[in-house]
Design a protein around this ligand. Structure first.
Ligand code: URA
Length: 453
């Protein structure tokens, strides 16, 4: 009788995986897991991981590869089980913007209407702000909460917002840090897997994505933003989590405030019914989607009406206070926002001519805010919670020569002298009124893409 020799697979080599992707081939799930596990274990050096990331950046990944990368990253650490919490838990994630404080308003709006939110948020990244840094400008408030207390707060109050627990998706922490210094951040498969691995590991049943597009977003063009949204929706749906994405405008900062305490104050104003119109509208649109995902509303219009009511009758603001108090924050600061105080320097920036505020380089506005002290230039830099920018005018507004368009807040003159030219170069003034742009561009679901306007 003939004996068959056992075919032994040759051991995998990182060199071959890089070569496959360099030559435009699709990687197998085994190759992708080999890379993710090996890199997290410290067995694959940064130079090989960087080469692979650049090959992915240049060659792309198909839907199967992106899904395999997401799952390998999700399983690189702890996975949260929220099944002990009652109700349909709905998560929300923004791809990152300037002045984007929507989570701080939307979470209490939907929680006040009975949809539980067990949210893990991030810190500022590059020119974009982070929900945790904003929340921590409220004295006493802590976002480093253990799982038991986190669950307790969600059960008692309907929502909590905490930092990622220590070992959630360690692969993303390592890969993101490498992407940040190897010019490989703005790649659709890499962004989609980074975001969705964290959303899947965080355990919510349904997911709303706010995909920003424009001069302040990672995805500058609408088509690329829609492609990113489709990639993320498809990963979510494949994993059995209903996922919806709204594509929103980041060609201008959202609202008037950029910077941590300044944004918390603006959220309070919004939940008290007198926030900036663009911010209030975007918050209600996002809340409406979450209310439908959480089966609290049957249509987006009904969801929006419920969100507007929760603002008008004060229940959303009371819910914000409840959540803040449960996380140890001093609610007195929300009841009387003048208690936050102001930074020592408030520098007014004037319009150079009569006309209109035209195109805004929103990334540069975010960078100016970081330079003022509102974000980190190096990983461990401390944050000045009072630093930032108040915009008195935004894209499309009429201005008179000499009129104040913005106030830059900072604690020191050296910071001001760096941020001022960055900020001034970010604004364009023009004679004619610029074409108005919508706040919401499109909605992406498993059923397809619906473009607005
Ligand atoms: N936000 C993330 O979490 N990951 C990315 O890659 C980009 C934005």
């Amino acid at each position: 009788a003939q004996t068959r020799r056992a075919e032994k697979e040759p051991p995998m080599r990182m060199y071959d995986i890089i070569e496959h992707k360099r030559d435009g081939r699709a990687l197998s799930p085994e190759e992708i897991s080999y890379f993710v596990q090996g890199y997290v274990a410290g067995e694959i050096p940064d130079y090989q991981a960087s080469a692979l990331l650049m090959a992915i950046f240049l060659r792309g990944m198909d839907a199967r590869e992106t899904a395999a990368l997401t799952l390998a990253m999700k399983h690189s650490g702890d996975v949260v089980d929220l099944s002990g919490l009652e109700g349909i838990k709905v998560d929300k994630h923004s791809t990152g913007g300037v002045g984007d404080k929507t989570s701080l308003a939307v979470v209490p709006i939907v929680a006040s209407l009975g949809v539980p939110v067990a949210k893990m948020s991030g810190r500022g990244l590059g020119h974009t702000g982070g929900t945790l840094d904003k929340l921590e400008s409220i004295p006493g408030l802590t976002t480093g909460i253990d799982r038991e207390r986190f669950f307790h707060i969600v059960r008692e109050h309907g929502a909590a917002i905490i930092g990622q627990t220590g070992n959630l998706v360690p692969a993303d922490k390592l890969i993101y840090a490498l992407r940040d210094v190897t010019a490989t951040v703005d790649s659709i498969p890499l962004i989609a897997s980074s975001i969705m691995s964290k959303k899947l590991a965080a355990g919510s049943d349904r997911i709303l994505l706010d995909v920003k597009t424009g001069s302040g977003a990672f995805m500058k063009g609408l088509d690329a933003a829609i492609d990113l949204a489709r990639a993320m929706v498809s990963i979510g749906e494949e994993a059995g989590r209903e996922t919806v994405a709204l594509i929103t405008n980041m060609n201008r900062p959202l609202g008037h405030a950029i910077g941590n305490a300044l944004e918390v104050i603006e959220v309070v104003e919004t939940l008290r019914g007198h926030g900036p119109e663009d911010l209030a509208r975007e918050c209600c649109a996002l809340a409406a989607e979450m209310l439908v995902l959480g089966e609290r509303a049957s249509t987006i219009d009904e969801g929006r009406a419920l969100a507007e009511q929760a603002i008008a009758n004060g229940s959303a603001f009371r819910k914000l206070c409840e959540i803040v108090a449960a996380q140890g924050g001093d609610v007195g600061y929300l009841e009387n926002t003048s208690r936050f105080g102001r930074d020592a320097i408030a520098h007014e920036v004037a319009a150079p001519c009569d006309g209109y505020l035209g195109a805004i380089d929103t990334t540069a506005v975010g960078t100016a805010s970081v330079e003022l002290g509102a974000g980190r230039e190096k990983k461990d830099d401390p944050i000045d919670h009072l630093a930032g920018i108040t915009l008195l005018k935004n894209r499309g507004d009429a201005v008179r020569a000499g009129e104040t368009v913005a106030v830059l807040h900072t604690a020191d003159t050296e910071r001001l002298s760096r941020a001022l030219p960055t900020f001034q170069a970010a604004l364009t003034f023009q004679e004619n009124e610029p074409e108005p742009e919508p706040l919401l561009f499109a909605r992406v679901t498993a059923r397809g893409v619906e473009r607005f306007g």
